[in-house]
Design a protein around this ligand. Structure first.
Ligand SMILES: [Zn+2]
Length: 76
């Protein structure tokens, strides 16, 4: 896919990650979302190997785009 910011062909790959949370707020200690915040891409501690989130990275502007729809979230 082409980068929507600079139109350069993106590199397909994987976000290799452990315990992960995208949230509208900063978490200082725990990565457990509370009932009031909007969150996405909530991944628990991996058991055997890291999580692999399919995504695309732009080699020019370094932005990363990923589809978080298959992962735990509370967005509506
Ligand atoms: Zn770009």
């Amino acid at each position: 896919m082409k980068c929507p910011f600079c139109n350069v062909e993106m590199i397909h790959g994987y976000l290799n990650c452990g315990l992960t949370l995208w949230s509208e707020r900063k978490h200082k200690i725990s990565l457990l979302p509370d009932a009031k915040e909007k969150y996405a891409l909530h991944l628990g501690t991996p058991l055997l190997s890291p999580h692999h989130v399919e995504s695309d990275c732009c080699p020019k502007c370094k932005r990363i785009i990923l589809d978080s729809s298959d992962f735990e979230n509370n967005l509506k």
